[in-house]
Design a protein around this ligand. Structure first.
Ligand SMILES: [Zn+2]
Length: 279
C-alpha cells in the first residue's frame, strides 16, 4: 500500500517508500502499541494517534495506521477511536489487530471489515528457515514448534536465548504438573507478584501450556507425528501415559477457561490456582 510502483505481484522493494519501510522509518506508517512497562493504551495516546492519522501523507497516497493489539485499549481509549472508525479520513487506512475478535465491542466490530489470518504452514516456515542458512533438522524442529507463527520461528532463529527460555518454560510446566499443590501455589504467588507481566505475557504462558497439553493429548491418542515439542519427546511420552485422552482434553478446556477468565479481569491469582487444582 505504501509502494510507489505496486503491481499485482506486490510491492517493488526498490522505491523510496519501500526502502524507508524496510528501514522501519516510513513517515506514513503509524503504529500504536503498548509502551514497555505499561498495561494499557489510554485515551490520550489514542487521541494523539488519531491526530497523526488525519495529517496529509508525506510520500505515500495514504497514511497507514496499525493498532497492534486492540485488547490493550482502555474503554475510554476505545470510545475515542469510535468516531474515527465511523468517519475515517479519505487519505488513511486503519488496521486494527486483535487476537480474539470476540473480545471487541459489537459497536467496533460492526464498523470493520474482518480479515482472518490463518497460521502459516510449517513447510513454508521450514523453507524460510533453511533459506536463512539453518540446517534441515533444526529448521523442521523450529517450524513445528512455532505452530504457524513465522515471526516467532525467525526470532528463535536469531535470538537463541529466547528459545532457551521457551524450552525451560516447557520443562517448568511438567514440574508443575508433577508437583504438589504447594509447589503450584507458590508458582502462582511468584507470578502474581510480578507486576511487569502484561495480559499478553499471561496469554503467552497459557498458549505455551496449551500447546503442551495438545501434544499430550495427541500422544495419548497415538498421533506422535503431529506434536510440536519434538525436543521434549521423552518427557512428553512419560507424562502422556499418566492420563487418558479425555482427561487431557478436560485439562485443555480448563486452560481455555483460564484465558477467558483473565480476559474478563478475573483475579489472576484465584483463577490460576483454580486451574492448578484441576491440573
Ligand atoms: Zn516500492
Amino acid at each position: 500500500m505504501l509502494c510507489h510502483n505496486i503491481t499485482v505481484k506486490g510491492a517493488c522493494g526498490q522505491c523510496v517508500s519501500c526502502r524507508s519501510w524496510q528501514g522501519n522509518e516510513h513517515p506514513d506508517l503509524l503504529r500504536l502499541r503498548l509502551v514497555a512497562g505499561a498495561s494499557s493504551i489510554g485515551v490520550q495516546e489514542v487521541r494523539d494517534f488519531i491526530a497523526a492519522i488525519a495529517q496529509t501523507p508525506f510520500t505515500a497516497r495514504e497514511r497507514i495506521a496499525v493498532i497492534e493489539d486492540l485488547s490493550y485499549l482502555t474503554k475510554a481509549g476505545f470510545n475515542a477511536l469510535l468516531k474515527t472508525l465511523e468517519e475515517p479520513s479519505s487519505a488513511s487506512v486503519i488496521f486494527l489487530v486483535a487476537e480474539v475478535v470476540e473480545t471487541l465491542l459489537p459497536t467496533v466490530r460492526s464498523r470493520l471489515q474482518h480479515c482472518a489470518f490463518t497460521p502459516v504452514s510449517s513447510s513454508l516456515i521450514m523453507k524460510a528457515l533453511q533459506e536463512s542458512g539453518l540446517d534441515r533438522s533444526r529448521s523442521t524442529e523450529l517450524a513445528s514448534l512455532s505452530n504457524g507463527l513465522p515471526g516467532l520461528a525467525l526470532r528463535w532463529r536469531s535470538q537463541p536465548a529466547d528459545l532457551k527460555a521457551y524450552e525451560a518454560a516447557g520443562q517448568q510446566f511438567f514440574d508443575l504438573f508433577e508437583g504438589s499443590l504447594k509447589t503450584r501455589f507458590s508458582f502462582t504467588e511468584d507470578i502474581a507478584k510480578n507486576d511487569d507481566l502484561s495480559l499478553a505475557d499471561w496469554h503467552g504462558i497459557l498458549s505455551h501450556w496449551q500447546l503442551l497439553l495438545r501434544d499430550l493429548l495427541l500422544l495419548s491418542i497415538g498421533e506422535p507425528g503431529l506434536i510440536s515439542h519434538t525436543f521434549l519427546r521423552s518427557r512428553l511420552d512419560e507424562v502422556a501415559k499418566t492420563l487418558q485422552a479425555r482427561d487431557w482434553l478436560a485439562r485443555y478446556q480448563m486452560l481455555e477457561w483460564l484465558g477467558w477468565a483473565l480476559d474478563r479481569n478475573a483475579n489472576r491469582r484465584l483463577a490460576l490456582n483454580n486451574f492448578f487444582i484441576t491440573l
